[in-house]
Design a protein. Structure first.
Length: 73
């Protein structure tokens, strides 16, 4: 299975924290401004489902998930 690549848009992030609660191995929140921090742009298979769920739960759509080199991430 190929690796998936995540990207974040901190300008869109509203600091809801759904990502950090859903996939804490992949996302965190900045202690200064509460915005998303990406810990692993290419999460291993064990964390991919949670990362994909976190992207879907993000209320501001600040997280995208795509294949490496696809231009979607």
């Amino acid at each position: 299975m190929s690796t998936a690549r995540l990207s974040i848009d901190r300008e869109r992030c509203i600091g809801a924290g759904m990502c950090a609660m859903t996939a804490p191995e992949v996302f965190d929140q900045d202690p200064d401004d509460g915005l998303v921090l990406l810990l692993d742009a290419e999460p291993p298979a064990a964390h991919r489902t949670a990362a994909r769920m976190a992207a879907g739960l993000c209320p501001s759509a600040a997280i995208t998930f795509g294949a490496p080199g696809s231009g979607d991430a």
